[in-house]
Each structure stands twice: as structure tokens, then as C-alpha cells.
Ligand binder design. Structure first.
Ligand SMILES: C[S@@+](CC[C@H](N)C(=O)[O-])C[C@H]1O[C@@H](n2cnc3c(N)ncnc32)[C@H](O)[C@@H]1O
Length: 310
């Protein structure tokens, strides 16, 4: 099966990255290589792009599509390991980075990956197929309070406690193995009147389980703190997020790194000596154009934030 993924806000990313022909760049979320391919076009043979994905299929598919290129280094790893990846590849700093968060269309649209409530499949949802924890492990083993927290916090689902309760009751008789098993449990938990609006009733719970399975929010926050020291002065970090939980983390982490002094306001002089590491380029997130949204509805919820190394 051939799966396509249209890169989101490509024009804007290229505009803000301001690639130099001989620069070194990181694409921390390779996917099907949409941003990677466009950045490669900006570089000459002396430039380098290190492209990372935790999903081995992404690495294999892009290697097939783009072939071996002297200025492209493909790495199967998580983006929180960027400091080690740079050490392994012999770079001490880079000119820019792009992170396009979440799942790729090929992950979502491949029924076997278990990300989608539209196909019946094993309840998997791992971006990295070598990871042991699956979504099925979470729904079958986590406690009622932990399931409630995950569904409420990561899915922003108002029926979280009922859905968690129905999951726990169901699994007492029979293990929850498939996406459709879970969809049926969710439908039973949400009252019929509430199911008539707000899209597919399983959408928010599936989002929550995907985030928990892949530890997405924790890794995002950790990654920003770890990678900024490796940006050259003037180098930019661009992050595209797809829901408010991710965007809040990016906004707050950028703000924290852009702050000069963190002493309590009643201190007469600064004793923390904290220096701002970033300059925020856009205080309001950049969103996709109407034209792009018409061509690629996935771009509707995308938010791009950019910051520059001081
Ligand atoms: C939205 S897609 C990126 C699409 C890509 N920009 C393109 O144009 O094709 C996100 C990709 O990031 C990967 N990913 C998500 N979290 C990651 C992490 N913590 N470390 C490495 N890769 C990650 C996913 O496996 C997925 O392939």
C-alpha cells in the first residue's frame, strides 16, 4: 500500500528556517519526508540534514523514496536523543530545527497500526514498533484513576470517568484486544444524546491513548530543553503542533527559555544569573492559509511557533 503525507505549512517553515546552502539542519520528525525533501532542495553538497523518526517504517520509506544522498543522514531514534545523535554524527551545533508533531497520515491510515477508530485492528498505536508498551496494555492494565486521568487530560473528554469505568468493567470479563472492542465500549459509556454531536465518539479517547502510549507530551517538553543548547546563535527552532496540549507546552517552554531572570519579584537584585537562551519570533502561533486547509484539511489545527537562539 502506498501512503501519502502532505507536509503541513511547508512554505512557512522554509521562510522561518532561512536555510543556508551549507548549513546543518535537523528534521526531528521525518514522517514521509515532506519537510526533509524541501530542506534538502535548499542545501548544496556541503549542507547537511539529520532527519530523525522513531518509526522505522518512516526511515525505510524515505530511504526508498529519496535514495542515498550525501547530505542526508537518516536516524531511527526519538528526538529527545538529539544530543547523542549529534555526538554520534560528529556535529556540535546546528543552524535550524523543525519538529512537525503527532502522527503521520501513513501511520494513521494504515489499519494495522491501530491508531484509527475507523478500522478494526489490534489496539497498538505505537509509533516505534520496537517499544513494548501498546495501547492495549494501557486499557487492560492501568488503574481506574490512571485511565480516567489519561482520557480526561490527554483527550479533554468530559465523559472520561464513565469511559474509564466501562473499560475496567469490560476487561474484568474479557481482555480488550482491538480498536473496535474499544469503540463499542466508548459508545456504550457515552449517553446517546451526547453522541449526536462532537464528531466520532471515540476520537478524544483514541487521541488520549495515542499520547499516553507514545509518551508524547513528556518527550516534547524534554526535547525542547535538550535541543536548544545545540542551536547556533541566530539558528531557529520551528515546532508545528496539532492540539492545544502540545501548543501550550511549546509556548510555555519557549517563554521559559526566553526569560532573563527568574528571581522572585521582591528580590532587589538578580541572584539567579539566568540568561535568556531564546528570542521568540512569533508571539501568536502561525496557522495554515485557507488555500492549504482546502487542499489538506489536516492543516486546519496546525500551529507553528518559532524561536531563535540568542
Ligand atoms: C506529522 S509526522 C511528520 C511528517 C513530516 N513532516 C512529513 O512532511 O512527512 C510526525 C512524525 O514524527 C514521528 N515522531 C513523533 N514523535 C517522535 C519522537 N519523539 N521522536 C522521533 N520521531 C517522532 C512520528 O513517528 C511521525 O512519523
Amino acid at each position: 500500500m502506498v501512503f501519502e503525507h502532505k507536509p503541513v505549512m511547508l512554505k512557512e517553515v522554509l521562510e522561518y528556517l532561512e536555510c543556508r546552502k551549507n548549513g546543518v539542519y535537523i528534521d526531528g520528525t521525518l514522517g514521509r519526508g515532506g519537510h526533509t525533501e524541501a530542506i534538502l532542495h535548499e542545501l548544496d553538497n556541503t549542507g547537511r540534514l539529520i532527519a530523525i523518526d522513531r518509526d522505522i517504517t518512516a526511515i525505510e520509506e524515505v530511504r526508498k523514496k529519496l535514495g542515498d544522498r550525501p547530505n542526508l543522514i537518516l536516524v531511527h531514534d526519538v528526538f529527545t536523543n538529539i544530543p547523542d545523535i549529534l555526538e554520534r554524527t560528529g556535529y556540535t551545533e546546528v543552524d535550524g530545527m523543525i519538529f512537525d508533531l503527532g502522527v503521520s497520515s501513513p501511520q494513521f491510515d494504515n489499519p494495522e497500526r491501530g491508531f484509527s477508530y475507523n478500522y478494526n485492528a489490534a489496539l497498538d498505536m505505537r509509533m516505534d514498533q520496537e517499544q513494548s508498551l501498546t495501547a492495549a496494555d494501557i486499557v487492560n492494565n492501568y488503574s481506574l484513576p490512571e485511565l480516567t486521568r489519561i482520557i480526561r487530560e490527554y483527550g479533554e473528554e468530559k465523559w472520561a470517568s464513565r469511559i474509564a469505568l466501562f473499560i475496567v468493567k469490560h476487561r474484568a470479563n474479557k481482555r480488550i484486544e482491538t480498536t473496535y472492542d474499544l469503540v463499542e465500549i466508548i459508545k456504550a459509556a457515552i449517553p446517546a444524546s451526547a453522541r449526536r454531536s462532537g464528531g466520532h465518539p471515540a476520537r478524544r479517547t483514541f487521541q488520549a491513548l495515542r499520547i499516553a502510549t507514545n509518551n508524547e507530551l513528556k518527550l516534547l517538553e524534554e526535547m525542547i530543553g535538550k535541543v536548544v543548547p545545540f542551536l547556533k546563535k541566530g539558528g531557529r527552532i520551528c515546532i508545528i503542533s496539532f492540539h492545544s496540549l502540545e501548543d501550550r507546552i511549546v509556548k510555555n517552554k519557549f517563554r521559559e527559555l526566553a526569560r532573563e531572570c527568574v528571581c522572585p519579584p521582591d528580590f532587589p537584585v538578580c541572584v539567579c544569573d539566568k540568561k535568556a537562551e531564546l528570542k521568540i519570533i512569533n508571539t501568536k502561533p502561525i496557522t495554515a492559509s485557507i488555500e492549504e486547509i482546502n487542499l489538506n484539511p489536516r492543516a486546519r489545527s496546525a500551529k507553528l511557533r518559532v524561536a531563535e537562539k540568542r
